[in-house]
Write a protein that binds this ligand. Sequence first.
Ligand SMILES: [Zn+2]
Length: 313
Amino acid sequence: MNWITNYVRPRINSIFSRREVPENLWSKCDGCGTMLFHREISDNLNVCTNCGHHMHITPRDRFLALFDGGVFTEVAVPEPLADPLHFRDQKRYPDRMKAAQKATGEREAMLVAAGEIGRTPIVAAAQDFSFMAGSMGMYVGNAIIAAAQEAVKLGRPLVLFSAAGGARMQEGILSLMQMPRTTVAVQMLREAGLPYIVVLTHPTTGGVTASYAMLGDVQIAEPNALICFAGPRVIEQTIREKLPEGFQRAEYLLEHGMLDRVTDRRKMREELIVITRMLMKMPPATWGDLPAPGPDDLKPAAEPNAALDDSAE
Ligand SMILES: [Zn+2]
């Protein structure tokens, strides 16, 4: 536009952003801007101790903190056809996949595992937003079907953590076909009389909210998670009206009857234990049933309540 926006502002930004992260032991909270020590963040399951902002957490870290003693077995997912459309935008699809695999250390955008939470056997699946925006392609479809089949085979509830930018455009219509496929997988659980619990995390959008992410018997969300089919910007541009504050955020959806619960990540494990045991008609967990999660002292945070009280102000 002019030299201030084109030249001066980028210069100022680059000087300040360089200073903002002095070393990689510290991270800045996106919510409140507080500098947090990495250890402090991981001890709190990537929740800001100052404002309670929920940062991204990988499926593997989530499972380490969820399952008793951090012990779980991965459920194998059948490999789909690679790059069926020979898709190419700025990069070839196989190159994008390789880059995502290298960056995350994971095979694909969903991890499926079996294990126990508070001595309650479950199957869990978690979607990884850092892997190509958690996009739903054939692999994710296969993963959900594998998770449902494993749950039916073992007679266990399925707990699913969703996070997605939508369908994977590099797979075209094949990615959209995962919506009916995963819906059928959820139906398998229903027919077997097994609970299906969905935990919606930030952000869960697009075709994922038009299929398995909204079909849970119990719908839980993490605080302030964006949950929508079309995003607020698209809606605003279409209807040319200002949307209410907090629109499509977890708390707003809870208030409007789209969700059952909004739960802090640090309390999620206990809550899932209570819900799964209740639905499986098991007696309530006792303290002996609640072994500390995680092998490397992922202890339950000592002061989550204090942090929560602060954020309420
Ligand atoms: Zn914060």
